[in-house]
Design a protein around this ligand. Structure first.
Ligand code: NAD
Length: 494
């Protein structure tokens, strides 16, 4: 492949080959064919990117800009994505394997994040603190400086856009380490930043591996803020490094989200929610519906209905908008197959699926449902990150909530019932960052999202996200009263 075809890194407003000259091949997961070659960023490229971002911070290029103008920059990035939305959706579909309509949705969500936080850029205010006649005291909400963003492959465009938009709106400069399995969407976002005329160095996008580029980025002494989205295991490593330099982090980690289904629920609505919540993007969503906690009296009927629905799902490449699209890689598929084997050995009953669809050239896996999953089995406890649903039954509401909360994770949860009192009682007790009632993925760009327990901390999305990108500083001014005698009348209020 000619060197000109190699996708380069975006550093300091320029497209640069990696210092080492090494490459990463990007596969189409639906047929395992190479679709692009990107320059593999390593520690030296990280050094250049952080230096550029640090210069932007040191020279106050974003901080001194009127916040309205920072917002307008984000609008221009959104417009640049919008102009090429179909082309970018096609790239996103090809590198992630997800359905084209889902990729189209991802582009639109990325645009929404940019416009949402662009609109909030001039609304982030401090406060004035009354401290008597001789003091003026106020707070300012300042950026941290260089903000490092480590992104996973399952939503590479929208997840990059959501943290990048918050960071720029608040005056931080950004270095993104895009996911090695799907680096092209982040590059498209960098192109949009270039088209939008962002100051050189304000946004830098690197395509490299986690253990080299990602590690060098989080270890860099000029990185003052980290947004990590990925697995709990990698998040733990990132946090250990961050703790050495006391760098604040936003941690968006994995989940094992449960839905409680009461006997009075609309079962058609539950089946539809499972289709979307468990099997969209081959189940590779952090807030996927992975555990179904069903009241015993309707469990058999619901499992039958789910089986019928799941077995009708179309299987094929994302560009054909099939229901079950491939997993991101062969390694990911092998891990999910292993999880299915372990579930069987732990006594779960296979309802449908359970194995790879090896007759296809890509990384396809059958949509899988296990029933009779007990709370001590690893399928109940561990994130699989694939199209696998675990069904467990309950007899009373307290048991249902106890089962749903019996997890180290707490990203999302849900409840299905026609009884409003029961819905509210349950929603209040489900210990997760986001709770859905009678649907799945009910949240949006404007609703705060993030984990409790090992699913992480800090919030993305919504107005709350901005709090994680600023630190409050306090300024107190001692003032003197006018000299000379002041009459009682002059000292009073008018
Ligand atoms: P991962 O943890 O393997 O990788 C995430 C990112 O971290 C990648 O860019 C990777 O290159 C990088 N990385 C790996 N090792 C690193 C290191 N030592 N230092 C710095 N960076 C390193 O996760 P994944 O397989 O890409 O993504 C799937 C996981 O992400 C799932 O657990 C899923 O639940 C989670 N996720 C969470 C959210 C959320 O918002 N909470 C969203 C999407 C995905």
């Amino acid at each position: 492949m000619a060197n000109t075809d190699v996708v380069k890194n975006f550093i300091d407003g320029e497209w640069r080959d990696s210092v080492s000259g090494t490459r990463i091949e990007v596969d189409d997961p639906s047929n395992a064919e190479t679709i692009a070659v990107v320059a593999e960023a390593g520690p030296k490229d990280v050094e250049l990117a952080v230096a550029a971002a640090h210069r932007v911070f040191r020279d106050r290029i974003l901080i001194d800009m009127h916040p309205y103008d920072r917002g307008r920059m984000l609008f221009r990035v959104a417009d640049a994505l919008d102009t090429r939305h179909e082309e970018i959706a096609t790239i996103n579909c090809a590198e992630t394997g997800k359905a084209l309509d889902l990729a189209r949705g991802e582009v639109q969500t990325a645009i929404r994040y940019l416009r949402y936080y662009g609109g909030l850029a001039d609304k982030l205010e401090g406060r004035s603190i009354p401290r008597g006649a001789n003091l003026v005291d106020y707070t300012v909400r300042s950026p941290f400086g260089v903000s490092a963003h480590i992104v996973p492959w399952n939503g590479p465009l929208e997840l990059t856009a959501r943290s990048l938009a918050c960071a720029i709106a608040t005056g931080n400069s950004v270095v993104v380490k895009s996911p090695e399995l799907a680096p092209l969407s982040g590059i498209e976002l960098a192109r949009a930043c270039e088209t939008a005329g962002l100051p050189a160095g304000a946004v830098n996008v690197l395509t490299g591996y986690g253990h080299t580029a990602g590690k060098a980025l989080i270890e860099h002494p000029d990185v003052r803020h980290i947004v990590f989205t990925g697995s709990v295991a990698t998040g733990r490593t990132v946090l250990k490094t961050a703790s050495e330099r006391i760098v604040p982090c936003i941690m968006e980690l994995g989940g094992k989200s449960a839905a409680v289904v009461y006997a009075d629920a609309d079962l058609d609505c539950v089946v539809e929610a499972i289709h979307i919540g468990s099997f969209l993007n081959a189940g590779q969503n952090c807030n996927n519906l992975t555990r179904l906690i069903v009241e015993r009296s309707v469990a058999q009927e619901l499992v039958e209905r789910v089986k019928v629905r799941v077995e009708k799902l179309s299987i094929g490449p994302g560009r054909e908008n099939c229901d079950i699209t491939p997993l991101i890689s062969q390694k990911q598929r092998q891990g999910i197959e292993r999880a299915c084997q372990t579930a069987l050995s732990h006594g779960a009953r296979l309802v449908t699926g359970g194995s790879a669809l090896s007759e296809r050239s890509g990384y396809f896996m059958a949509a899988t449902v296990f029933a009779d999953v007990t709370r001590d089995s690893s399928l109940f406890q561990k994130e699989v990150f694939g199209p696998v649903l675990a069904v467990t039954t309950f007899d009373d509401p307290l048991e249902a909530v106890d089962l749903a909360n019996d997890s180290d994770h707490g990203l999302a949860a849900g409840v299905f019932t026609r009884d409003l009192d029961r819905a509210l009682w349950t929603a209040d007790r489900l210990w997760a960052g986001q709770v859905y009632v009678n649907g799945w993925f009910v949240g949006g760009v404007e609703t705060p999202f993030g984990g409790v327990k090992q699913s992480g901390y800090g919030r993305e999305k919504g107005q709350e996200a901005l709090d994680g990108y600023v630190q409050t500083r306090n300024i107190g001014i001692q003032i003197s009263q006018p000299s000379g005698s002041v009459s009682t009348r002059q000292r009073g209020t008018p």
